[in-house]
Each structure stands twice: as structure tokens, then as C-alpha cells.
Design a binder for this molecule. Structure first.
Ligand code: SF4
Length: 441
């Protein structure tokens, strides 16, 4: 078995707190070998397993998925929120997908992997548990299992594919120079998070206009130092100019936000036509932006962890789109810490571009990541308004981030050409920065 060296995020903690949310929200695909192992475990109704449908479903040639209970939870989840496979046969007996979550591994070279985390897990969002750097031995074992016997593309993601210069490819050491420049920019807490994000987007515009066939190694260091310093000079403090986003940008933004907010469980998918009609009606409302904001299924993990009934309680205020446009005091120290950690983990774990995000370039992938900031704050505003508040709390933002990161870089809808083009268009129209500034208030 080949062993890959690991690059771990240095600012994140995590341990499982048994909320069971991931076992309610994710569809778990298993390998043929895992299917054979689970078949041999001999599960019956006597183990408390629901027997309405087979434990394992075939979803294609050589492809299988764990079945779900009527409420959408994994067939192996028990009433106390624990995994029956884990309880009866131990943690290593579970499917690899379950053992890896909320970690995500991405190649950073021929023999190395970068580790990131999914903020859809409430314990990740809240930074609960032991330092990820203290879990190296277990993470290394999982990493070895992930790469075992798999063919991998060893090249670094493209930097950009500007129509004038063509696709720009660099080697891994140079790719890491870009990541380092991102990370240094976000680690500078002398200004608010939104200012750091604006600075990065401004120097990324220069990156997108440059060719990297000759700008390599030390020259690339000099280039990055030059453009990052220029962005600091252009925006030296927290006094950000504010631009109201245009109408077309708002339509694209609301549609992308709705796609990030959707949480369809297996039970929703089973409901078929009624779910599709609800989605169509919600899409129309998000397009027009008039009236009340339609209810989308929220994150069950977040609902459990934050005792969140925002989508269902009749006492709650039915928020109107217009109510989300005011000032909500979003630039607090706690919210900034959360976004800083989120961005640095995604950057250090290369969890925003390349194979981790529908093969987007570094620039395209970063635009998608940057859009998470206004999307999460819009969803946090929605939660605040539904709870009759006019400022957002840290819990509003944590809940919104857990909801949206479930989909970021994973939802097939966000990998469609139409969705990727919307993100690119918002950046080209300079509306990405308008949205970021507008919803940071
Ligand atoms: S197999 Fe166990 S850990 Fe995996 S989703 Fe089902 S209940 Fe959760």
C-alpha cells in the first residue's frame, strides 16, 4: 500500500459529537467490497433494522448505496443517533465514506494529500474537539486507504483559462505559492475579514491577466508580493466603498443562494413530483425576489446542533425578501473568526478548485468560495428575520454556513455549466464585490 504525506489545516479542531446529522443528510455510496462486508454482517429486523426496502440499493453498474428509513435517516442509524455497524462491529467496519466525513482529502502532488474539512458538520463550524494536527496518525491511515489502488491525476489545478492567454498551468511548488499568498492575506487580522476578501479579489484580477510560463519560482514570489502589496495600498483600512448590487446580479445571486441552501434528503427524493413542484415554485420566487422567502429544507445537522426550527415553526415570522436588504451588523469579531477559519481551511486543504470543485481553475474556484460569504450572510439574515431580530448572531451565521457548505463544491447543481457561468459572470460584471460589500453590513 502506497503512503502519501499529509498536509493538515493548522487552525481547526474537530471531534464527533454524535449529533447523527451526517447520517440523516448524506447518501452513502459504497464499494462492491463494502457491500460484501455488510452482507456478511447478517443484518435482520431483530437488530432494529427497517425492513420496508433492501438494506443496500443498486444505483448503477457496480454501484451501490445504503438504504434509508422512512424519515430519510440511514438504515443503520439507531434511535439514539448512533451507527449500528459501529456499535456491533466497531468503527473500521463502517463504509469508508462514513469514516472519512467530515474530512476531505485532495491531491497536492504525486505523493501528498491536503486535508480539509466540511463545515456542514456542526462540530467543525463550532471548532469543537481536538486539534486536527493532533490526529495525524489516524488521518494518515484513512488517507492511505483512500488512495490505495487508485489512479490519480498528479498535475496542479489550472491558475486560470483567460481567453487571451489560454489555460495557465504551473507546477505544484508554484501552485503552493498562490495558496500561501491567499493564506497570508486571510491571516492578517489587522482589518475586517471582508476587507481581506476584497483585497484578494483585487489582486486575483491581476493574476487573471497574467501568463505564468515565465513567471516561476522566485519571480512568482516577487510577482505575488507586488500584487498583494498593491491591494493593501488600494484598500488600507476598514473604510470600504459600498456599491448596491444591480438587479440582474441579484437574480443570479438569489438563484445560487437557493442552490446552496437546498437540503434534499432521500425521503424528499422519494416524494417525487410534489418535491419537484415545490422546487419549481421556490425557484420562481427566488428569481423574482418579491414577497415572502419560500421555505427550503434546511440542514438537519444544523437543526439538531443549534435547536433550529427556523424552517418549520408556525410562530416564526414569514420573512420577505425586502427585509433582508438592510444593515444587520455582520462585521463582528466572532463572525470574522468563523469566516477566517473557513477560508483558511478550504485554502490549506485545496478544497475550492481543481478536482475538489468540478475542475475549476484557481481563479474560478476562488470566486465560488468568495461568493459563500454573501450567500452565508444572506441565509443568516433570513434566520434572524424569521426569529424577529434585526441583527445577525454568530449562531445565525454558523447555521447558515453549515447549510451552505453541505452543497459548496458537492451539489451536482452547482457543477452545472449554468451555475459555474453565473459565478464567473458575477465576477466579470464586478458584482461579486458589490454583493460581498452589500451583505457584509
Ligand atoms: S453506516 Fe453508520 S455512520 Fe454511515 S451513514 Fe449509516 S448510520 Fe451513519
Amino acid at each position: 500500500m502506497s503512503s502519501s504525506s499529509l498536509q493538515l489545516p493548522v487552525i481547526q479542531n474537530w471531534s464527533c459529537h454524535n449529533c447523527g446529522g451526517c447520517c440523516r443528510e448524506h447518501l452513502i455510496e459504497i464499494t462492491e467490497e463494502e457491500k460484501r462486508r455488510i452482507d456478511k454482517q447478517g443484518w435482520t429486523a431483530a437488530d432494529g433494522i427497517a425492513t420496508e426496502r433492501p438494506i443496500i440499493q443498486k444505483i448503477g453498474k457496480g454501484r451501490y448505496r445504503l438504504s434509508h428509513q422512512n424519515d430519510g435517516a440511514c438504515v443503520f442509524l439507531d434511535d439514539s443517533g448512533l451507527c449500528r455497524i459501529h456499535a456491533k462491529f466497531g468503527e473500521p467496519a463502517k463504509p469508508l465514506a462514513c469514516r472519512v466525513y467530515p474530512y476531505a482529502y485532495h491531491p497536492t502532488g504525486e505523493k501528498s494529500l491536503a486535508v480539509s474539512l466540511r463545515f456542514s458538520c456542526p462540530s467543525v463550524v463550532q471548532n469543537l474537539g481536538s486539534a486536527v494536527t493532533d490526529q495525524r496518525i489516524e488521518l494518515q491511515k484513512l488517507g492511505n486507504q483512500i488512495v490505495a489502488g487508485k489512479k490519480r491525476d498528479h498535475s496542479a489545478p489550472l491558475i486560470h483559462r483567460n481567453s487571451v492567454h489560454g489555460p495557465q498551468q504551473v507546477n505544484w511548488p508554484d501552485f503552493h505559492r498562490f495558496l500561501k499568498a491567499f493564506d497570508v492575506a486571510f491571516a492578517d487580522t489587522s482589518v475586517d475579514f471582508v476587507v481581506r476578501l476584497m483585497r484578494v479579489l483585487s489582486w486575483l484580477e491581476l493574476v487573471e491577466q497574467s501568463q505564468f510560463q515565465t513567471i516561476k519560482g522566485d519571480k512568482l514570489n516577487e510577482f505575488l508580493e507586488l500584487v498583494t502589496n498593491a491591494s493593501v495600498k488600494a484598500q488600507p483600512d476598514n473604510d470600504l466603498p459600498l456599491h448596491r448590487p444591480g438587479r440582474l446580479a441579484k437574480v443570479m445571486f438569489r438563484l445560487l443562494t437557493a442552490q446552496h441552501a437546498r437540503h434534499d434528503t432521500e425521503a424528499d427524493v422519494r416524494s417525487g413530483l410534489s418535491m419537484r413542484l415545490n422546487l419549481l415554485s421556490a425557484a420562481l420566487k427566488y428569481t423574482t425576489g418579491f414577497g415572502t422567502v419560500p421555505v427550503l429544507h434546511g440542514s438537519q445537522s444544523a437543526a439538531t446542533a443549534f435547536e433550529d426550527s427556523a424552517n418549520t415553526s408556525p410562530e416564526q415570522h414569514r420573512a420577505r425578501f425586502a427585509e433582508l436588504e438592510g444593515e444587520f451588523n455582520c462585521r463582528t469579531a466572532g463572525i470574522d473568526e468563523l469566516f477566517t477559519r473557513y477560508f483558511r481551511v478550504k485554502i490549506q486543504g485545496i478544497h475550492f478548485c481543481g478536482p475538489a470543485n468540478f475542475n475549476t481553475t484557481l481563479v474560478e474556484g476562488f470566486h465560488g468560495l468568495a461568493l459563500m460569504y454573501p450567500i452565508v450572510l444572506w441565509l443568516a439574515r433570513l434566520r434572524a428575520v424569521r426569529n424577529n431580530r434585526s441583527t445577525v448572531s454568530l449562531v445565525d451565521v454558523q447555521t447558515a454556513l453549515a447549510t451552505a457548505d453541505h452543497n459548496f463544491a458537492y451539489s451536482p447543481a452547482l457543477g452545472l455549466k449554468s451555475a459555474l457561468q453565473r459565478v464567473s459572470l458575477l465576477a466579470k460584471m464586478k458584482q461579486l464585490t458589490s454583493l460581498i460589500g452589500w451583505y457584509s453590513r
